[in-house]
Design a protein around this ligand. Structure first.
Ligand code: ZN
Length: 175
């Protein structure tokens, strides 16, 4: 087990659409467990492969409800419903949070790390994690989900920090 360095805002890897995973094997399982360790160390509730510089459609998450960490391979949101407002953060934009409205419920399909098909109905926090991580795999950062004015202010803040400082220890809203 090893931890990765999390890529930060400004890294071109975060703007790329990741490629589909073509083989779910031991190497992918190893990558997923290292990503879980990286996510827990951050600490965060979700981490996409692109955030650690790996061009694969894979993310890990741990909503902290006792379900334990899980990995999702080649995730697709098949359906989304409603609206939910949440104060969202990102491990690649540490220390900053914004109130973002997104669909409240999503139906996510994909594969687990053993290659079994998955179909998950997620609501509120879990649905938010899924949408945030899927955005990462499409090269989209949460800044792009802000309205124009808020985004302008966010960019100013990021620039004034010379990017961004590390999140405070104990902060766990990063995704
Ligand atoms: Zn993120």
């Amino acid at each position: 087990m090893a931890t990765y360095e999390i890529r930060l805002f400004g890294d071109p890897m975060l703007r790329q659409r990741a490629h589909e995973v073509t083989e779910i094997d031991g190497r992918l399982a190893h990558l997923a467990s290292d990503m879980v360790e990286t996510m827990h160390a951050a600490p965060g509730a979700g981490l996409a492969a692109t955030q650690v510089g790996v061009d694969k459609r894979l993310f890990v998450y741990d909503e902290g409800e006792g379900g334990g960490p899980r990995a999702i391979v080649n995730p697709v949101i098949a359906e989304s419903r409603g609206e939910w407002t949440f104060e969202e953060g990102c491990l690649s934009v540490p220390g900053l949070h914004w109130t973002i409205v997104r669909p409240k419920e999503v139906h996510l399909v994909g594969y687990d790390i053993d290659g079994n098909e998955l179909s998950i109905e997620a609501d509120e926090y879990l649905a938010r994690i899924f949408q945030h991580e899927l955005d990462h795999l499409d090269g989209i950062l949460l800044l792009e989900r802000l309205d124009k004015q808020t985004r302008k202010e966010a960019m100013r803040t990021l620039r004034s920090r010379g990017l961004a400082s590390r999140g405070a220890p104990g902060e766990s809203t990063g995704l």
